[in-house]
Design a protein around this ligand. Structure first.
Ligand code: HEM
Length: 405
């Protein structure tokens, strides 16, 4: 297969369900491959799949994020392009500093009992729903509400608004997929962004009057006191992006992870009391079934990437999920090994934009998965799972299980 055939296969329905054979085929061609100027992938010049190549580009602060040309014309793009995730230094540095202060070890420690409480409440509910061998949807009952409730509490979003919120997040994520740029999806994402901005404007006004112990109250106080270099509009953009980033990614970490763990009963049996193993499981799940399959960066000047010429301002597609299965870095890459040594996977990115919430989702996984399997040791998947159909955020949306309890 040549690059064109591989990328066409990757973007196909079948490729989205199982992209890994296509990543393996790309590894055969080398760490970086030139992209022919055709079809859906015309906006990128090269595709990087080798671990070292992807890591080198992400670590290089001169590679940058390219805004879409018409971003000022659309609410969704205006929101994204005024948040830390999508901007370059110096704006990125300024915004990230403000939010990084909220992700301190102390705040993370304070989140631990919140995660445990949320998880235990949901396990009680799942025990009831699954009584007598009734099938339950693991995503609806657990993988989705764990991060939704934890992050809602952390950020300060009322739990009653979460269902409403989820539909808006889905519209934006559908647009962000590599093949999602249709006029219908853009229109839906624009309305979702407008509604979310309105939602945060109201919430900020409310917290201004009645501050609480959450992230929004802290940030509003700091913005109003002039302590941080952030306008209210930027605060709103960053809150939209922060919650979006924190949410479906972690749902998929849990839903993609469960079938892997259930296929490894010896590992599950060894989990109780072994926090290092639990952490290893989470990292290995993220390496093998990373929810974020690709990122893109633009070249700061004409350059050569492992023999592939890339001109200034041209984009390189970085296949994180492919790099995570690079046989040169992860021997026997398709094998689940929670005690693997070697480099960290690229599931959370690297460099300037390295995931701000990596420790939060690792904490959620490390606590939630062992508690779940201790409570339901005979849990079983009853139907072949299907994946979201997106490569930007790839994961299991529905997973029928019996609790065995
Ligand atoms: C398993 C769960 C998660 C995965 C796989 C994940 C993945 C990523 C990746 C790959 C990036 C880098 C984007 C880039 O370089 O363009 C990123 C950035 C980011 N993530 Fe996560 N993430 C997860 C959970 C979270 C959580 C829980 C939060 C918030 C609490 C969060 C907040 C962010 C933010 C704010 C950024 C942008 C950082 C910046 O641009 O400086 N993420 N994430």
């Amino acid at each position: 297969m040549d690059v064109h055939q591989i990328l066409t296969g990757l973007y196909s329905e079948e490729g989205r369900q199982d992209p890994y054979p296509y990543y393996a085929a790309l590894h055969e061609l080398g760490p970086v491959a030139p992209v022919p100027d055709r079809g859906e992938h015309r906006s990128v010049t090269a595709v990087a799949v080798g671990y070292d190549a992807v890591a080198r580009i992400l670590r290089d602060p001169e590679f940058f994020k390219q805004p879409p040309p018409n971003w000022r014309d659309h609410e969704v793009l205006r929101t994204l392009q005024t948040s830390m995730m999508f901007v370059n230094p110096p704006d990125h540095t300024r915004m990230r500093q403000v939010f990084a202060k909220a992700f301190t070890p102390r705040r993370l420690g304070a989140l631990e009992p919140v995660v445990a409480r949320v998880v235990d409440t949901l396990l009680d509910r799942m025990a009831e729903a699954g009584a007598g061998g009734t099938e339950v949807d693991f995503v609806a009952e657990f993988a989705h509400p764990v991060p939704a409730l934890v992050m809602a509490e952390f950020i300060g979003i009322p739990a009653r608004d979460l269902a409403w919120y989820r539909d808006r997040v889905e519209s934006i994520d559908a647009f962000l997929d590599v093949a999602g740029k249709t006029p219908e999806r853009l229109a839906a994402a624009n309305s979702a962004a407008a509604e979310l901005r309105e939602f945060y404007r109201d919430l900020i006004a409310h917290r201004r009057g009645t501050p609480a112990e959450d992230l929004i109250s802290g940030l509003v106080g700091a913005v109003d006191a002039g302590d941080v270099g952030l306008t209210e509009d930027e605060l709103i953009s960053n809150l939209v992006v922060l919650f979006n980033a924190s949410f479906v990614t972690t749902v998929y970490m849990l839903s993609n992870g469960l079938p892997i763990l259930l296929d490894h009963p010896d590992t599950v049996a060894a989990l109780p009391g072994d926090d290092t193993l639990a952490a290893g499981c989470v990292d290995e799940i993220l390496r093998m079934q990373n929810p974020v399959h690709f990122l893109a960066r633009a070249a700061p000047r004409d350059l050569d990437l492992d023999g592939v010429p890339v001109a200034r301002d041209e984009n390189v597609l970085l296949l994180l999920a492919g790099a995570n299965r690079d046989p040169a870095r992860f021997p026997d890459p398709d094998r689940f090994d929670p005690r693997r040594t070697g480099p960290a996977s690229l599931a959370f990115g690297l460099g300037l934009h390295f995931c701000l919430g990596a420790a939060v989702s690792r904490l959620e996984g490390r606590l939630a998965l062992p508690r779940l399997l201790a409570r339901f040791p005979r849990m079983a998947v009853t139907e072949e799972p299907t994946y979201s159909g997106s490569l930007f955020l790839r994961g299991i949306d529905k997973l029928l299980v019996t609790t065995g309890g």
